[in-house]
Write a protein that binds this ligand. Structure first.
Ligand code: GLN
Length: 496
């Protein structure tokens, strides 16, 4: 199979399209042919937008000929299926929205398309972005391109698998507690959650509005920077979007870490993750030091309450956000004898078990009598966690820690909800504090129950609005180590 262009980075593809050496139309044809070949087995996409992508390529080629310097010219894009794209099915991986057609385009998606990217398809995800493996999708299975017996992570697992398997060069994901960073770590990608409010949520179907944030999944740090620069910035359509100038990150990519202090979190003892991961993370921290950083120990004493805090706040917000799916305005309706019966039947048939569990937990935590005991206390814990970060950042510029506690696992391996919730142990604290954070590949390990090496992610995090430093530092680490380039996905062996 010819993969002449699509294995290149988004930056390289865009440069070639801008120079006229290759057309966006050719990139799209090569991508669609490749998707045809591999996606039956991988299942990254729920909807492939072949005709729309071809039409968009014609327009991008016209703009390029007209002299427009499009930063993402012809870059194939995977859009998580909880983001609206005008006229296309937007399912959130749920039966309740299985046939719902979005009437407008999310701001983040529109900005990517405006910069020249071409939407190839809508990518699978856990239902309403609730999950860490894509196994909660009601509409399909997505496999990890590095071992099809394993999950791609979640909830943005379809976007991650698509980018890892060259079905797109950039994937858009949403991260509420880890849903960009964890699948990115599982699929050997750079996976970046910006500061809360930096990228507009307009057109992102809400899960937990005080946490949700859109960001890119890419094969290089430079591509993450390009995508962020295209998407970030104030949007009057999102009341929580931040009206403050965005500094371009693509111009801030560093080659070393001289003059920076990197904090290692005392409470995140990597010995607990087993000898292999312990070795990988120690090596990573050592590499940061070799790149010129001063490594210091910092403490996040309340981070251990992150998961418990998140699993009150996120379900509380979801129980309110998902109340709109009642058979009246959006998606599925199951008729009943009266309107109450119609609501009940629609929601019973439309939502999967994890979504129902979250709605129940959230409704309980918000109910009078329990509100103070659960929801208010969780908000207090959230404040304490944010304060821990503020104190830690008095001693360092960046924090380095694991992105996940294990590599991609086999389907069905995390069968109880709690063990799945723990997948976000290292990513939730940053989400609660609203901080920018990313995962960058830092090594490989062969799990005991497998024979293929799986990627591991290093998480880096900065104070609010530290995107330039964050991406800059990640670039230096990526360039010095190149763990991502060490292996290729097993695309020739994929079987449905
Ligand atoms: N896995 C976490 C959850 O299930 C995070 C999901 C997310 O970030 N969207 O809620």
């Amino acid at each position: 199979m010819r993969r002449e262009h699509i294995e290149k980075s988004a930056a390289e593809i865009a440069a070639q399209v801008r120079s006229g050496r290759v057309s966006a139309a050719e990139i799209v044809e090569e991508t669609l042919a490749h998707v045809d070949l591999v996606d039956g087995a991988l299942g990254s996409y729920l909807t492939v937008l072949a005709d729309a992508a071809r039409a968009a390529a014609v327009r991008v080629d016209e703009r390029v000929r007209g002299g427009e310097q499009l930063p993402l010219a012809g870059v194939p894009l995977a859009v998580k299926d909880n983001m609206c794209l005008d006229g296309t099915r937007t399912t959130c991986g749920s039966k309740i929205l299985e046939r719902w057609i979005a009437p407008y385009t999310a701001t983040a998606v529109a900005r990517m398309l405006d910069a020249g990217a071409i939407a190839i398809g809508k990518a699978n995800c856990d239902e309403f972005a609730m999950g860490s493996s894509c196994e909660n999708s009601a509409l399909g299975v997505t496999r990890n391109p590095y071992d099809p017996a394993r999950v791609p992570g979640g909830s943005s697992g379809g976007s991650a698998a698509a980018v890892a398997a060259y079905e797109a060069a950039v994937g858009l994901g949403s991260d509420t507690g880890g849903s960009i960073r964890e699948p990115g770590a599982f699929c050997n990608l750079v996976a970046f959650k910006p500061t809360y409010g930096r990228v507009s949520r307009y057109g992102l179907i809400a899960f937990a509005s005080s946490l949700d944030q859109i960001g890119p999944l890419t094969r290089t740090v430079e591509d993450a920077a390009l995508a962020y620069d295209a998407m970030a910035g104030y949007d009057p359509m999102d009341a929580t979007s931040i009206d403050r100038p965005v500094e371009a990150t693509a111009s801030a990519l560093r080659e070393d870490l001289r003059g920076l202090r990197v904090g290692i979190v005392r409470e995140f003892d990597t010995k607990a993750l087993g000898p292999d991961l312990d070795r990988i993370y120690r090596q990573a921290y050592g590499d940061l030091e070799r790149l010129g950083a001063e490594v210091v120990e910092v403490s996040l004493p309340t981070a251990e309450y992150g998961v418990a805090t998140y699993y009150l706040i996120a379900p509380a917000e979801c129980s309110s956000n998902l109340a709109r799916f009642d058979g009246v305005r959006y998606g599925l309706r199951v008729e009943g004898n009266d309107v109450r019966a119609m609501y009940d039947k629609t929601r019973a048939a439309g939502f999967g078990p994890e979504v129902k569990r979250r709605i129940l937990i959230g409704t309980y935590a918000l109910s009078s009598g329990y509100y103070d005991a659960y929801y208010v206390r969780a908000q207090k814990a959230r404040t304490l966690i944010a304060r821990d970060f503020a104190v830690a950042f008095e001693q360092c510029d960046l924090i380095a820690c694991p992105a996940a506690s294990c590599p991609a696992f086999q389907f069905g391996a995390k069968s109880d909800p709690y063990s799945m919730y723990l997948m976000d142990y290292y990513t939730i604290p940053m989400s609660l504090a609203g901080l920018p954070a990313l995962s960058v590949p830092c090594g490989w390990t062969t799990p005991a129950d497998g024979n293929l090496p799986m990627p591991i992610g290093l998480q880096l995090c900065t104070p609010l609005f530290g995107e330039r430093l964050l991406l800059g530092a990640a670039h230096a680490y990526e360039r010095a180590t190149n763990h991502a380039g060490a292996r290729q996905p097993v695309l020739d062996g994929v079987r449905a």
